[in-house]
Design a protein around this ligand. Sequence first.
Ligand code: GTP
Ligand code: MG
Length: 229
Amino acid sequence: MSSPAVVNGGLRKPSADMEASLDQCTLQLRIFKIIVIGDSNVGKTCLTFRFCGGTFPDKTEATIGVDFREKAVEIEGEKIKVQVWDTAGQERFRKSMVEHYYRNVHAVVFVYDVTKMASFENLKTWIQECNGHSVSPSVPKVLVGNKCDLREQIQVPSNLALKFADAHNMLLFETSAKDPKESQNVESIFMCLACKLKAQKSLFYRDMERQERKLPLSQQSNNKNSCPC
Ligand SMILES: Nc1nc2c(ncn2[C@@H]2O[C@H](COP(=O)(O)OP(=O)(O)OP(=O)(O)O)[C@@H](O)[C@H]2O)c(=O)[nH]1
Ligand SMILES: [Mg+2]
């Protein structure tokens, strides 16, 4: 499930296979590359563990470069591989990797820690970095406030986070990678994105088909994507 990354000069770089599979990421392959971005220590690694492995890791170290995790999911009878890129929050562990993160990205998860206001305030910088790498506005993005289990320590009120999410056209998920009762919510973050991507690509498919057959719009099937998300 968790593909090992190649260690190169101390930083984990995407393997040649991984890059090749992304380059050839055609509609038939149905691999969705989702990157997880945010300050160090907000819980990016734990969230990706929870989604891909179903557990909360006992101990984590700061991510160096990037770690890859994958999960096969089924949406409307179709198998899709969700490839999660767990990125490093620390500048020194990420600077030579940034281009790789954003290359051919299909969706972005921005994470902050609900108990650290600074991690919420820094979201502006993460969004700027993302926009600076020509990530199309059509690439779905979501906001995740993690560590909601630490109820007594919450510094970022939900209404503030919601306002920010609305202003940036993102859905907000407040969750905990640690609390097993929240695991369904963590699953929803990635499944929601996978559903959106499937719907986008289905539309693209139908456009291609239409062009190939040169049929007028009126003769096209009007299939609506019935994904519950
Ligand atoms: N209470 C609580 N602790 C969490 C949660 N998620 C992560 N943590 C803890 O927060 C710390 C940092 O978690 P990581 O997942 O390693 O953070 P990260 O964002 O990947 O950090 P970098 O790799 O440095 O960018 C660890 O001690 C985790 O155990 C959560 O939902 N609740
Ligand atoms: Mg990490």
